[in-house]
Design a protein around this ligand. Structure first.
Ligand code: HEC
Length: 107
């Protein structure tokens, strides 16, 4: 009887361990992720290098916004730029802002 319980417990632990290993892509690699997100959501108006300025979009390489202001603007939108807080997760917004900041002098 004791052995049966031990076996069941062991099996349960094994299942939990396996479930944990099949997660998403590893965290912490925000740079490539940000580039992907930028390509998907931002290139249209801001261009690959951030300078396109389509439809009144700002030149991102010349932006003087702080990281926090940028995050805010991407989340809440401004003028003709739509808010992204319902499209991207806070983590994705962070990633795309990091990438955007890498385009210009602001680092
Ligand atoms: C529909 C076109 C459009 C798309 C798509 C778009 N933007 Fe914009 N963006 C704009 C416009 C227009 C402005 C200028 C807003 C204003 O100041 O009135 C702007 C401004 C900005 C600014 C502020 C720059 C500054 O110095 O004032 C940042 C940062 C920015 N966009 C980042 C992004 C990011 C990141 C994405 C993708 C998640 C994105 N934008 C997608 C149109 C767009």
């Amino acid at each position: 009887m004791k052995a049966a319980i031990g076996f069941t417990l062991g099996l349960a632990l094994l299942v939990i361990a396996c479930a944990g290993s099949t997660g998403d892509a590893p965290e912490g690699k925000t740079a490539p992720r940000g580039e992907q997100l930028y390509a998907m959501h931002c290139i249209l108006c801001h261009g690959k290098d951030g300078k396109l300025g389509f439809n009144g979009a700002k030149d991102l390489t010349a932006s003087t916004l702080t990281r926090e202001q940028m995050r805010q603007q991407v989340a809440e939108g401004k003028g003709k730029m739509m808010p992204y807080k319902n499209v991207l997760t806070p983590k994705e917004i962070e990633a795309v802002v990091d990438y955007t900041r890498g385009l210009g002098k602001a680092r």
